[in-house]
Each structure stands twice: as structure tokens, then as C-alpha cells.
Design a protein around this ligand. Structure first.
Ligand SMILES: Nc1ncnc2c1ncn2[C@@H]1O[C@H](COP(=O)(O)OP(=O)(O)OP(=O)(O)O)[C@@H](O)[C@H]1O
Ligand SMILES: [Mg+2]
Length: 319
């Protein structure tokens, strides 16, 4: 049964779509079967993945077509139901229905057996569709920038989630995005987030121009520059969430396919995005906690969940 993951923040332009793309692509590369559903009328998800779809979510909502007839394959293991501005009309149609808040839940139900994860890429306000996504979600991920207004908005969003879902227990992760580690304010606000939300707060995704380039050319960060900070940061989050979700890559994982390796520039025989678990006998030089390890595209990242210590090394000398 697929986990249904809503990626939401009521602020615009804070990295929701970038997070959906690179989290889901990382999971797909690890062998998960993933469906993405764009519920934002801007339709950025197809653009960010560099694909075009002749069909959109509008047809499911207004013409009652099954989602299975509307999806396209964006990458191996990564399917997409795209959106465009027609979604604005679809929302008006939904608002008149008695069951308006459960439309998405009903649409995804027949597909839950086919996937490990179904992601909703939400728009930046509490639309009818976003409320639907929250109702359907079994997991909620909240990307947020680390600025005072964003952090205040996050608190309000979590309260709203509690009202809509009856509990905030479904909030699975808060992902700090576009973080500039040189800014004192960012570091202070990160510490504040860690104090309030504890282990829900993922390691930050640093500001990285490679991420914005990747979405501009319709590639995931693993395809565009697997050695970039953006790839390492997102890969690390993929590892942490895979662990949290108990997701084990299947032995027939397409991450082993030569085609995917060639795209990402991964040497033969090396894992693309795999978690190696706890490093045996290795303690963080800063705080003494057990170190974790992940490998992305030929780099091994060793990191500490307690104090944010991180080290990265190339597995091979030549790439
Ligand atoms: N860590 C990052 N470093 C640099 N640029 C980033 C980062 N994350 C996202 N971006 C860029 O910032 C812009 C906004 O990101 P994105 O589209 O993911 O936000 P969004 O929250 O989905 O926006 P919207 O509310 O409009 O849907 C994009 O151009 C994206 O490429
Ligand atoms: Mg978006």
C-alpha cells in the first residue's frame, strides 16, 4: 500500500516542487515505485522533470477519468499526473460537490497497490485541492525556508494540519530549504526549529544554484550534477526518510540499470543512492554520537544526526 505524501507549505517559492522532484527521484532510483500528482495550477512539476503530458488532473476531477489513464512515465519508476491552469476550473467544480474534501482521496485509492509512494506537489495556499491532499495524506512533509516569516507561517500551518487531520502526528518531516550556512540568522532559526520540532527537522538543504539550474533544464539534481551540494543534501534526506519509512529497495531495482547509471555518471558497480546505515565503531568527532553513512553517485557522505557534522569523500579517484 502506497504511503500518500503531501508536500505542503502555504508560502510560495520555498522549494516545494524542488523537494518533490528530488525526494521522489531519489526514492525511484533506490527502487521505489513512485507516482507524483501535481495539484498546483502552475503545472511546474512536469516542467521541472522536463516532460509534457497530453492529459492532466482536470480530466480526473471534472470528467471522472481514472488517474491510471492520465499518468505518464517521467522516469523509470517515476510516474506523473500533470496539471495546468485548467485546474483552477476543476477546483470550482469540486467546491460544489457534497464530498468535495475527499475527491483526491477517492481518486488515488485504486492506485495505492501499484506504488510505494504517491506524492502530492501542493500549491502555495490553502486551496480546495490542498485541503484534499491533507485529507488523503498518510504523511505530510513541510519544506520551509529559514526566515522569521516562514518559521511563523510553519507554526500556523502545523496548527491547521492538526485541525484538519485531528492530530499533527502525520507530519513526518520538516525540511529547511535554501539555507545559507554563512548567515547567522539561518543558523539561529535552524536551532529554534530543532528545539521545537526535534527529530522531525531534516538536515538542511543548502542554497545551491545547481538545484535551480536543474529545474530550469528539466532534470533531477542527480541527473544534472550528482556531485553538487544539492544532490548530497537531498540524497541524505532520501536516506533518512527511507529508514523512517522502512523502505527496502527491491533486488530488481532500476537503480542497477546501466541506463540510469549512465545518466547520473555513476561508475559501474557503485551504488547510486544507498544508505549504508550506521558506521561501524565510528563516533562523531564533535559530539561522540554514532555516525551515519549514505552514498550518492559515487560519493560517501558520513554525517551525524545529532550535531550536523558532515564529511564527504569520493569513493573512487577518477570519475
Ligand atoms: N536549495 C535551493 N537552492 C537554490 N535554488 C533553489 C533551491 N530550492 C529551490 N530553488 C529554486 O527556487 C525556485 C522556487 O523553488 P520551487 O519551485 O521548488 O518552490 P515552490 O515552493 O514549489 O514554489 P511555488 O509555490 O511557486 O510552487 C525555483 O527556481 C527552484 O529551482
Ligand atoms: Mg511548486
Amino acid at each position: 500500500m502506497a504511503r500518500i505524501v503531501a508536500v505542503i507549505n502555504l508560502k510560495g517559492g520555498i522549494g516545494k516542487t524542488t523537494t518533490v522532484v528530488n525526494l521522489s527521484a531519489g526514492l525511484a532510483l533506490k527502487g521505489a515505485r513512485v507516482l507524483l500528482i501535481d495539484i498546483d495550477a502552475q503545472g511546474n512539476l512536469a516542467m521541472a522533470l522536463g516532460v509534457r503530458s497530453p492529459r492532466t488532473l482536470y480530466e480526473a476531477i471534472v470528467d471522472h477519468k481514472p488517474l491510471a489513464d492520465l499518468r505518464i512515465t517521467a522516469r523509470p519508476n517515476l510516474d506523473l499526473v500533470a496539471a495546468d491552469e485548467s485546474l483552477l476550473l476543476a477546483q470550482q467544480a469540486m467546491a460544489g460537490r457534497a464530498d468535495w474534501v475527499r475527491v483526491l482521496e477517492q481518486l488515488v485509492r485504486p492506485l495505492r497497490q501499484e506504488y510505494d509512494f504517491i506524492f502530492f506537489d501542493c500549491g502555495g495556499s490553502l486551496t480546495v485541492l490542498n485541503q484534499n491532499a491533507l485529507i488523503a495524506a498518510t504523511e505530510i512533509i513541510v519544506p520551509t525556508t529559514v526566515e522569521p516569516f516562514s518559521v511563523a507561517g510553519l507554526e500556523k500551518l502545523i496548527t491547521q494540519i492538526g485541525r484538519i487531520k485531528g492530530s499533527t502526528g502525520v507530519v513526518r518531516a520538516i525540511i529547511p530549504t535554501m539555507v545559507d550556512p554563512r548567515m547567522k540568522q539561518s543558523i539561529q532559526l535552524l536551532a529554534h526549529l530543532n528545539r521545537i520540532y526535534g527529530r522531525l527537522v531534516m538536515p538542511p538543504v543548502r542554497i545551491n544554484v545547481r538545484l535551480s539550474e536543474a529545474s530550469a533544464v528539466g532534470k533531477t539534481i542527480y541527473e544534472h550534477d550528482p556531485r553538487s551540494r544539492g544532490a548530497l543534501d537531498y540524497a541524505q534526506i532520501v536516506e533518512l526518510l527511507s529508514k523512517e519509512w522502512n523502505f527496502q529497495p527491491a533486488s530488481s531495482s532500476p537503480a542497477r540499470s546501466p541506463q540510469i547509471r549512465a545518466i547520473a555518471g555513476v561508475p559501474r558497480g557503485e551504488p547510486l543512492v544507498t544508505g549504508d546505515g550506521e558506521e561501524q565503531m565510528s563516533a562523531c568527532p564533535n559530539c561522540g554520537h554514532a555516525l551515519q553513512r549514505a552514498t550518492v553517485a559515487g560519493y560517501r557522505i558520513t554525517y551525524c544526526l545529532n550535531c550536523r557534522y558532515r564529511r564527504q569523500e569520493l569513493i573512487r579517484n577518477e570519475r
